[in-house]
Design a protein around this ligand. Structure first.
Ligand code: C2E
Ligand code: MG
Ligand code: MG
Length: 724
C-alpha cells in the first residue's frame, strides 16, 4: 500500500490591508488559484489590531499579505513582532507589501524582520501574486509537517521512556495502551493479549490489559472479546503475517517474544479515523520500543526468577521467603509461624546413596510438607538439608503436634525412606518488631540449638533469645578482652598438708568484665573453647605465669606454677614448639612451669599425647593430671604416661565424709599415686577436718580455700610475705 501524506484539504490566506480597494483587487487576483485542488480560504483584516486577533484565532493561516503602513506608518512592521513573539506563530509566511517603492531596501527589511518576501504593490502582477502564494503555501506545509514530526518525535521519546520504566507485565501493557492513546490522540481504548503459540492458539489468548470501551472484556479470552468482524479478520491477518496491520479504524500490533518468554503479544487500538502516513511511521517506531519493552519485562522476570529460585531443585530460596515475609499483611503475620525443617544426617545419606537421590528426597519432603500443611504454607529452601516453611494457620506448633512429621516415611524413587527431622519454630506474632531477616536468623539459631541439645523440636522464645544473644554479646566482649590482654592470671597456692609449706601455685584465669563484674571461669573458658579463643587465652596465662615466676624469685620464692591446658590443645602439632618458644621468650626456667591436663583429655589420641608428654618431660616440664577420678583412665595406661602429679578432684574431697564409696575411691587414688611414684595433690580443701582425713589417707599435698583463694600477683606477694 502506498502511504498517502497527511491530508490537509484546505489552506488559509490572510490579507491585512487598510486600503479596501487594493485588498479587493488582491483577492480577485487570487480567485483562480489552484493549489493541489485544495480549498483556499481568504481571510481579511483592515488594521494591525484586527489582524492580530484573526491570526491568534487561526493558527493554521499559511500566508499573510501585510501592508506596512496602516493606522500608523509602521503598524505593519510592528505587527510582525506581535505575530512572531507575542502570538508565537513562527510558521506563517509573511509577504510584506508597501505603497511607496524604495522606502526601505528589501534586503534590509528581510534581514531585520522575520518575513519571507517584500513587494512594492505597484510591482505585483497577478502572475507574481499567484507564484508567491503557491510557493509560500508549499513552504508552509512543508515546515508545518516538519514541526509536527518533531513534536511527534518528542512525544514518542517521552512515551518510550515512560513505558521503558515498567518491569511488571500488567503495568507495562496498561501503559502501552495509555501512551498509544496519547500519541495518536485517541480515547477509544484498546486491548493487549498474549498466548504461547507452542501450547495454545490465538483463540485462547489471555487478555492482560484493556482500556476505554474495551475495559468490559478484562477477564475474557481475546478473540471472543472482539465483536467487530473486520477487526477479527485483521487480527487473524496480523497473526498469520506476523506483522503490524493498520486499517481504517484500528491498528493491530504483533510482537513475538518467543525466545524469551515463549509468548506472542498482540495489541489492538481503536482509532476512529484514518491514520496519516506520518502517524503510521510514528507508530512503527513506537512499536520498536514496545517490542523492546516486552523483551525487557521478560528478561526482568527471568532475572527475578533466578534471584528467587534455588536452581538445582527449582524450589524457592531464602530471598523469596524474605520477600514473602516482608510482604505479609499484619493480619497474616498474626497467625503465621516460621518453621525450619532439617533432615538429620543428609550428608551421610548423600555419601551412601548419592546427590541425585538426595535431590529426590528433598523434593519428596517438599511435597509431603505441602500436603501436610495444606493450602496454608509457603516453602523455601534454606540449605541443602533444610527447608523453611511459613505456615498461616493460627496453630501453636509443638513437638506433639509435629510428631507425625518428625519421624516419617516418604517415597523416594518408588522406595520408602524413613526420615528423622529436627524442627525449630518461631511464632511471628510473638516477635512483631523482628524483620524477615531476623526471623530467619533466629529460626536458624534455634535449629542449631535443637541439634546441639539433641532434641527434635525447639521453639524460639524470649528466654531462649536472651540465652543465645547474651552468649553472643559475651563472646564479643571476651574476644575484645583477650585481644587487649585483659584476662588476668590469679595464683592459688599448693601446700604441704603436713606443715603448710608452700610447694607451688596454680595459675587460674580471671576476667573482670568492663561492666565491673567477674565472669566465672566455667562460663568464659567454655566460651573461649567453643569459639577457638582458648589457645590465645592459655598463652596469655602462660606468659603472665612466667613473669610471676620472676617476680616471686625477686622475693626469694622459687616454686613452680602450673598452668591449665584446655580441651584438645595438647594434641595440636605445634603445641610443644609454641609452649617452648614462650618459655624461651620469657626466660622462664622450665622446671618452674608445670602443666595441668584433665584426665578426660588423656583418653583421645593416646599416641600423640604420650609423645607430647614425653617431649615436655624432656624439656624439664612436669605434668599434672587434673580433676583425677572423674575420667576413665586405667591404671595400666597411667603408668605409661610421663606425668609427675595426680590432682584429686575436689568432689571426692567434699564427699568423703558423707560417702563411703568416695572415701574408698579417694583412698585408692592416693595409694595408686604413691605406688606409681607420683605426687598427689588434693583439690578443694576447705576445712581442717578434710585436711586431717587426707593426711591420714597418705595424701601429702593440697590446694583449697583453707589455705588461700586464687589471688592477683600483688596479693600473692603480700600473702607470701605477710599473710600465710
Ligand atoms: P581446675 O583446674 O580444676 O581449678 C581448680 C578450681 O577449683 C578453680 O576454679 C579454683 O578456684 C577452685 N577451687 C580451688 N580451691 C577451692 C576450694 O577450696 N573450694 C572451692 N569451692 N573451689 C576451689 P576456677 O578458678 O573457677 O576454675 C575452674 C576451672 O576453669 C579450672 O578447674 C580449670 O579447668 C579452668 N580454668 C581456669 N583457668 C584456666 C586457664 O587459664 N586455662 C584453662 N584452659 N582452663 C582454666
Ligand atoms: Mg587446674
Ligand atoms: Mg582441678
Amino acid at each position: 500500500m502506498k502511504l498517502k501524506p497527511r491530508t490537509r484539504n484546505y489552506c488559509k490566506v490572510l490579507s491585512v490591508e487598510d486600503d479596501k480597494d487594493y485588498q479587493d483587487a488582491l483577492l480577485n487576483g487570487l480567485n483562480a488559484l489552484n493549489y493541489d485542488n485544495k480549498k483556499v480560504d481568504f481571510l481579511t483584516a483592515s488594521s494591525a489590531l484586527e489582524a492580530a486577533t484573526v491570526i491568534a484565532e487561526n493558527p493554521d493561516i499559511s500566508v499573510i499579505f501585510l501592508d506596512v503602513v496602516m493606522e500608523t506608518d509602521h503598524a505593519g512592521l510592528r505587527l510582525i513582532r506581535t505575530i512572531r513573539e507575542d502570538i508565537g506563530n513562527d510558521l506563517v509566511r509573511i509577504v510584506l507589501l508597501t505603497g511607496q517603492a524604495g522606502m526601505t531596501s528589501a534586503d534590509d527589511l528581510i534581514s531585520q524582520y522575520d518575513i519571507d518576501d517584500y513587494w512594492c504593490k505597484s510591482d505585483l502582477t497577478q502572475v507574481h501574486l499567484q507564484t508567491i502564494v503557491l510557493s509560500n503555501l508549499r513552504t508552509w506545509e512543508h515546515l508545518s509537517d516538519m514541526k509536527e514530526a518533531r513534536h511527534s518525535m518528542q512525544l514518542l521519546l517521552a512515551a518510550s521512556q515512560r513505558i521503558a520504566s515498567k518491569s511488571d507485565i500488567s503495568d507495562y501493557t496498561h501503559s502501552i495502551l495509555e501512551e498509544l492513546g496519547q500519541l495518536l490522540k485517541v480515547k477509544n481504548g484498546g486491548i493487549v493479549c498474549f498466548f504461547h503459540p507452542e501450547k495454545e492458539d490465538l483463540a485462547n489468548a489471555s487478555i492482560v490489559a484493556t482500556s476505554g470501551e474495551f475495559s468490559v472484556h478484562k477477564n475474557r479470552y481475546f478473540l471472543p472479546a472482539i465483536e467487530d468482524d473486520v477487526l477479527k479478520d485483521t487480527v487473524l491477518n496480523a497473526y498469520e503475517q506476523k506483522k503490524h496491520v493498520f486499517i481504517d479504524g484500528f491498528s493491530v500490533l504483533y510482537f513475538s517474544n518467543k525466545e524469551l518468554d515463549g509468548r506472542v503479544y498482540m495489541v489492538v487500538v481503536k482509532i476512529n479515523r484514518t491514520l496519516a502516513a506520518n502517524e503510521i511511521n510514528l507508530l512503527q517506531v513506537f512499536c520498536e520500543n514496545i517490542g523492546a519493552g516486552f523483551r525487557n519485562v521478560a528478561l526482568n522476570n527471568k532475572l527475578t526468577e533466578l534471584a528467587y529460585i534455588e536452581p538445582t531443585l527449582g524450589i524457592h530460596n531464602k530471598n523469596w521467603l524474605i520477600r514473602d515475609i516482608r510482604d505479609m499483611f499484619s493480619w497474616e503475620r498474626e497467625k503465621a509461624t516460621l518453621l525450619m525443617v532439617c533432615v538429620d544426617d543428609l550428608a551421610y545419606t548423600e555419601s551412601v546413596l548419592g546427590a541425585s537421590y538426595c535431590d529426590q528426597l528433598i523434593l519428596s519432603l517438599y511435597d509431603y510438607l505441602n500436603d501436610f500443611f495444606g493450602q496454608s504454607v509457603d516453602i523455601a529452601m534454606l540449605e541443602r538439608d533444610t527447608l523453611m516453611l511459613v505456615v498461616y494457620d493460627d496453630k501453636e506448633y509443638t513437638e506433639l503436634s509435629l510428631e507425625r512429621i518428625i519421624h516419617t516415611n516418604i517415597k523416594v524413587e518408588k522406595a520408602t525412606h524413613s526420615l528423622d527431622l529436627t524442627i525449630s519454630s518461631v511464632t511471628l506474632s510473638d516477635f512483631p518488631s523482628y524483620s524477615a531477616e531476623q526471623l530467619i536468623s533466629v529460626g536458624k539459631s534455634t535449629l542449631a540449638r535443637a541439634k546441639y541439645e539433641d532434641v527434635a523440636f525447639l521453639a524460639f522464645s524470649n528466654e531462649l533469645a536472651s540465652a543465645m544473644f547474651g552468649r553472643f554479646e559475651l563472646l564479643q566482649d571476651l574476644r575484645e578482652a583477650i585481644l587487649n590482654d585483659d584476662i588476668m592470671a590469679y595464683f592459688q597456692p599448693k601446700v604441704s598438708l603436713k606443715d603448710s609449706t608452700l610447694i607451688g601455685f596454680e595459675a587460674l584465669a580471671r576476667w573482670e568484665h568492663k561492666n565491673g563484674s567477674f565472669i566465672p571461669p566455667d562460663v568464659f573458658i567454655s566460651l573461649a573453647e567453643s569459639s577457638g579463643l582458648i589457645a590465645k587465652l592459655d598463652r596469655q596465662i602462660l606468659r603472665q605465669s612466667c613473669r610471676a615466676i620472676h617476680t616471686l624469685k625477686g622475693i626469694g620464692i622459687n616454686v613452680p606454677i602450673s598452668v591449665n591446658v584446655a580441651g584438645n590443645e595438647i594434641i595440636r602439632p605445634d603445641f610443644i614448639s609454641t609452649f617452648k618458644a614462650i618459655l624461651e621468650e620469657e626466660q622462664a626456667p622450665t622446671e618452674l612451669i608445670e602443666l595441668e591436663i584433665t584426665e578426660s583429655q588423656l583418653i583421645n589420641e593416646k599416641a600423640t599425647i604420650n609423645r607430647h608428654l614425653s617431649a615436655l618431660k624432656a624439656l624439664g616440664v612436669n605434668t599434672n593430671i587434673d580433676d583425677f577420678g572423674t575420667g576413665y583412665s586405667s591404671l595400666a595406661y597411667l603408668s605409661t604416661l610421663a606425668v609427675s602429679t595426680l590432682k584429686i578432684d575436689h568432689s571426692f574431697v567434699w564427699q568423703m565424709e558423707e560417702s563411703e564409696k568416695d572415701w574408698e575411691i579417694l583412698k585408692m587414688i592416693i595409694e595408686l599415686g604413691n605406688l606409681l611414684g607420683l605426687s598427689v595433690v588434693a583439690e578443694g580443701i576447705e576445712t581442717e577436718q578434710q585436711k586431717t582425713h587426707l593426711l591420714a589417707l597418705g595424701c601429702e599435698n593440697g590446694q583449697g580455700y583453707l589455705f588461700a583463694k586464687p589471688m592477683s600477683i600483688d596479693d600473692t606477694i603480700y600473702w607470701v610475705q605477710k599473710g600465710r
